[in-house]
Design a protein around this ligand. Sequence first.
Ligand SMILES: NC(=O)c1ccc[n+]([C@@H]2O[C@H](COP(=O)([O-])OP(=O)(O)OC[C@H]3O[C@@H](n4cnc5c(N)ncnc54)[C@H](O)[C@@H]3O)[C@@H](O)[C@H]2O)c1
Length: 443
Amino acid sequence: MVMPQPQIAPAEGKLGVLTVGLGAVASTLIAGVELAKRGQAAPIGSLTQMDTIRLGKRTDGRSPMIKDFVPLANLNDVVFGAWDPFPDDAYVAAQRAGVLESGKHLEGIAEALRDVRPMPAAFDRSYVKRLDGVHTMATIDKRSMLNAIREDINTFRDEKQVERVVMLWAASTEIFIEPGPAHQTIEAFNAAIDANDPMIAPSMLYAYAAILEGVPFANGAPNLTVDVPALRDLSVEHGVPISGKDFKTGQTLIKTVLGPMLRARMLGLSGWYSTNILGNRDGEVLDDPDNFKTKEESKLGVLEHILDAEAFPDLYGDVYHKVRINYYPPRGDNKEGWDNIDLFGWLGYPMQLKVDFLCRDSILAAPLALDLILFSDLAQRAGMSGIQEWLSFYYKAPMVAPGLHPEHDLFVQLEKLKNTLRWMMGEDQITHLGREYYDGDEA
Ligand SMILES: NC(=O)c1ccc[n+]([C@@H]2O[C@H](COP(=O)([O-])OP(=O)(O)OC[C@H]3O[C@@H](n4cnc5c(N)ncnc54)[C@H](O)[C@@H]3O)[C@@H](O)[C@H]2O)c1
């Protein structure tokens, strides 16, 4: 069944972006957008700003920029707001995060950054034990937090005169929560809010408020958040796009390239050991076992789906997969991720592959955040509600419809994303069949 092409409303007026959390990722995102607006730095890593999309046959020579092909919001129309349990504005937050060089990338846009002052957060320390925020809503009553978030969204909308709003969770990873009865229906969800049930995390309140206010929600962390039946159903009812979870930036990005390579060549795998050191606040939060568990689940799921041990027990039936994150302050945001991969080939002969990725966490995450914001806004203007599976490209643990397994292969995800854009604009899907060049049938 071919779905009819959607009608896309134009990107008129300003686009408000509310980040939950104004830490390393959010401040790097905001600074990058402000620099790109002024032509002072290039938004490297962002498909919406830098990539092209092939249309038609290879011989047609049609490859416009994505931003010229689909009606995305212009960066000049993007206005930021945030919540954080620390009162630092985006300038101070960026200085503290230490990701960007102050003289080169912060001083020139200091005024714009100082203008992004976080609103008091809907924060409950039992979900992020390592943080002791003071700039909070002064209540942990869940209904009150929900109402206050909704009010904040509307105040932001009015004050900044924005036409549309997108919300991005760029806040700390919350403790692990398993989906339970409280998450199944919106009635159960509401009852749990009124009972201050611990199964309703602050991130769920932000997501719920966003959906009720018609604001697309993207989740950059591995928290369950919007990936529960009650909120998934509600997002469809309210015509709101949702996506998540957990930006796919460093080690998992590599894993979803190398994993499919092993599988594509039918090479076996006996073990994959991944370890990281990082020293930013994210690393500090993840040093708590309950918070790490949330991240671990998100990082571990990837290989299982890519390798499909059930279909290939001889190759992938006995894989030892381990993921570690170690908090190591001297490195700050500059993470080092090591992978040791024990693979085997023809007749079972063992081989090893080692990867040492000296990456920069927020430098990799910021462009993903920007694309998610612009694509979520596009999806909403195209009337695409609920889970946006085509945005799996950006996530470690992509949300999918119940009963589907997530697609993790980076290049399949990229094709899915680009084919969705082609579909939105009434262009042909690209199948890579290409028989017409050899059959003499140019039809
Ligand atoms: N940087 C990456 O490569 C990457 C990759 C995948 C996922 N993530 C996730 O993105 C998130 C942000 O990462 P970061 O490096 O910016 O972390 P960070 O610690 O620098 O920033 C997170 C901010 O969220 C705030 N916060 C915590 N709870 C909050 C709440 N309830 N409401 C509002 N604000 C709250 C914290 O005070 C902090 O300022 C983390 O969950 C991280 O795991 C990051």
